[in-house]
Design a protein around this ligand. Structure first.
Ligand SMILES: Cc1cc2nc3c(=O)[nH]c(=O)nc-3n(C[C@H](O)[C@H](O)[C@H](O)COP(=O)(O)O)c2cc1C
Length: 221
């Protein structure tokens, strides 16, 4: 698979089969992803890759928190600006309409939307997950480095015939994730990522993109 195909075939997949992901594949992907760039080569990410019984336990504990109405943990970082200005607010609304519309859920049906969102904490059925942490002292450039690392992981997963879904949703439950992973106190959870084989019976459509003129300016003489 060439890079263009990896980039264009990567989607946030929200339905996985329970077919296991071979440990050697995950190791190969993580070894190659270590070549992702970072400012001054800090490599500020720390990834935990979780499968099997620990992942099942994490899903179980997260599901328990959801069913008992246990509120989210205190936010360790702001996931979005408190107020999104145009065009971002419109893009977010369009995404929500597409995502929940594909499931037949109307905007007014908050309960159904919450149920659909809850699938995040079951990793959409995926048998493997990655949790990306950074040292708490890191700043915005290093969080961006982590993004490059994560995208590298996701593209390599495509090369292995696998799919993924990056998930800030997991940052709503960092305490539960920490119960399973026991990360050092000085790390902060950025996001999770579900990893596995796509369940092709789940077709949730393709998220679009803004026209290039909105996001890119070519400057020439
Ligand atoms: C940092 C990050 C966090 C995300 N968190 C979630 C999440 O918690 N749940 C989810 O279903 N999708 C999540 N997504 C997926 C985005 O919604 C998705 O990438 C975007 O809508 C574009 O769609 P596409 O990736 O399918 O092209 C996240 C993506 C990124 C980059």
């Amino acid at each position: 698979m060439d890079v263009y195909e990896a980039v264009t075939s990567r989607r946030a997949v929200r339905g996985f089969t329970d077919e296991p992901v071979a440990p050697e594949v995950l190791l190969r992907v993580l070894k190659a992803a270590a070549w992702a760039p970072s400012g001054s080569n800090l490599q500020p990410w720390h990834a935990y890759v979780v499968t099997g019984a620990p992942l099942a336990e994490l899903k179980k504990r997260a599901a328990e928190r959801i069913t008992t109405g246990d509120p989210w943990d205190d936010a360790e970082y702001e996931q979005y600006p408190a107020s999104l200005k145009p065009p971002y607010a419109e893009r977010r609304a369009a995404f929500g309409k597409q995502r929940y519309g594909a499931l037949g859920i109307s905007r007014a049906d908050v309960e159904a939307s919450q149920r659909a969102a809850a699938a995040n904490w079951a990793c959409f059925g995926a048998p493997a997950a990655l949790f990306c942490y950074l040292d708490r002292t890191m700043g915005r450039p290093q969080w961006s480095d982590a993004g490059m690392f994560l995208q590298t992981v996701m593209l390599l997963l495509r090369a292995e015939g696998l799919h993924s879904c990056p998930q800030m949703a997991w940052a709503k439950f960092p305490r539960t994730v920490a119960e399973i992973l026991s990360p050092p106190e000085d790390l902060v959870l950025f996001c999770g990522m579900s990893i596995g084989h796509e369940d092709t019976t789940v077709d949730l459509g393709r998220t679009g993109r803004a026209p290039l003129r909105e996001t890119v300016t070519f400057v020439d003489s």
